[in-house]
Design a protein around this ligand. Structure first.
Ligand SMILES: Cc1cc2nc3c(=O)[nH]c(=O)nc-3n(C[C@H](O)[C@H](O)[C@H](O)COP(=O)(O)O)c2cc1C
Length: 394
């Protein structure tokens, strides 16, 4: 396999994972890529690596440009193993004590993954490394998205190697933003919602810091998905918008599961009530919609209405799963309500409401329960519930 030249003397030598569909619990319907970059200068430099099982694909691409033994420096922008997994084998293959530059936290975290046999060297925030004609400058970007994350900026070429920031889980025939256009944005949004949502306040600070540095940027190369060369400012501006966590004022999501369709019938009536009041609302059944897709929709919803049937005095498992996942993402600026069908004890709606309230969401209604199958009166109560939630949203 051949490397892709992305600029004069700079190659993408990463791997395409066409088949990955579950990325630590995140659904990757289009696969993903693990981007790694080779810079040919007086010091030949590899920026990041790939998941361990893709080591050979990366080595083959490197070998299409130079003998891998000639690599002088490796940069590790992020410890997570989709970017570092190949490190031990690459270092072994180079066959010399190749320095691996990383952030201070990277030094700790890489050692915790790979021990002390690799020559890890910590760089300070803002430190520069000469490659010969080119210079790399490093910036700590803690929590985008691990404590060790950093950006590497290639000054002369004005290229920002941004690690996980600005990335998307997307594998396709395209390599650059101008080749795919707007179609990449839902993937970038899903990535932000599922991976970075909780860090939005910190990312906002980092973007302000980077803006202050006034780095001219002609291309942004994240470690997943397409590279931003046509309009790199667009994804930075979009991140700044997403970091504001401002919901779409008229968007509501009704999220539920159902064993015998009763909670589902309630959800449909609630959606109808919301819609009647002018809201853009839709139901999402957790048995059919992956939690990471639901979270992507919930990210910019003003209201989330969560329903669970009562199962053995508790929540239905998919609803518990979703609530656990959502809680970790620290949602803000949202209204919420809970509902569900039950048979005899009916604990679930109250349990859902307690969890949503525990996330500091604004509860706009008391939990709504319907015993067994909603009759006409039950349906009307759900419809009115939806209407009242919509009025609270206005
Ligand atoms: C395995 C099982 C366990 C249940 N446990 C309870 C329970 O502990 N308390 C309760 O009120 N209802 C319980 N129910 C009744 C359901 O909550 C009731 O049938 C409800 O209408 C189901 O809503 P759904 O059609 O949306 O799943 C149970 C039902 C099943 C199938």
């Amino acid at each position: 396999m051949k490397a892709l030249q992305i600029a004069e003397g700079i190659y993408d030598v990463g791997a395409t994972d066409w088949n990955v569909r579950d990325f630590h619990g995140y659904s990757t319907d289009k696969g993903s890529t693990y981007n790694a970059f080779l810079i040919i200068d007086e010091k030949i430099t590899l920026i990041d690596t790939v998941k361990e099982e893709f080591t050979e694909q990366m080595m083959e691409k490197i070998a299409s440009v130079i003998d891998p033994k000639k690599i002088d420096y490796i940069i590790s922008n992020h410890t997570e193993m989709d970017h570092s997994g190949a490190l031990p084998r690459v270092v072994h293959r180079i066959g010399k004590d190749t320095p691996v530059y990383c952030s201070k936290m990277g030094l700790k975290n890489l050692s915790a993954h790979f021990g002390n046999k690799i020559n890890f060297r910590a760089v300070a925030d803002g430190e520069e490394l000469s490659l010969g004609k080119r210079t790399l400058q490093f910036f700590e970007t803690r929590m985008i998205h691990w404590p060790d994350s950093m950006f590497s900026y290639l000054k002369e070429d004005k290229i920002l190697f941004s690690s996980d920031a600005f990335g998307q889980h997307y594998a396709g025939p395209e390599h650059f933003d101008d080749q795919i256009g707007e179609a990449i944005m839902p993937h970038a949004k899903k990535y932000f919602a599922n991976i970075l949502w909780l860090f939005a306040p910190m990312i906002k600070g980092l973007l302000t810091k980077l803006n202050g540095l006034n780095l001219p940027i002609e291309m942004i190369c994240p470690d997943h998905g397409i590279l931003w060369r046509d309009n790199p400012a667009k994804i930075v501006e979009t991140y700044a918008e997403w970091c504001e966590l401002q919901p779409q004022q008229n968007k509501a999501l009704v999220i539920y599961d159902s064993m015998w369709h009763s909670t589902e019938a309630m959800a449909d009536e609630i959606v109808a009530g919301l819609t009647a009041e002018g809201m853009v609302a839709k139901p999402m059944n957790l048995r059919h919609c992956h939690r990471s897709d639901v979270v992507t929709e919930a990210f910019d919803a003003k209201a989330i209405v969560v329903g669970s049937p009562t199962l053995n005095n508790g929540l239905f498992p998919t609803v518990a799963d979703f609530l656990t996942y959502l809680k970790g993402l620290k949602p803000k600026n949202k209204q919420a309500a809970a509902f569900g069908s039950y048979g005899w004890s009916g604990e679930a709606p109250k349990l859902v409401a307690e969890q949503l309230a525990g996330m500091d969401l604004e509860m706009v209604e008391d939990p709504l329960r319907v015993q067994y199958v909603p009759d006409q009166e039950g349906c009307e109560s759900c419809y009115e519930f939806g209407r009242r939630i919509a009025q609270a949203m206005k």
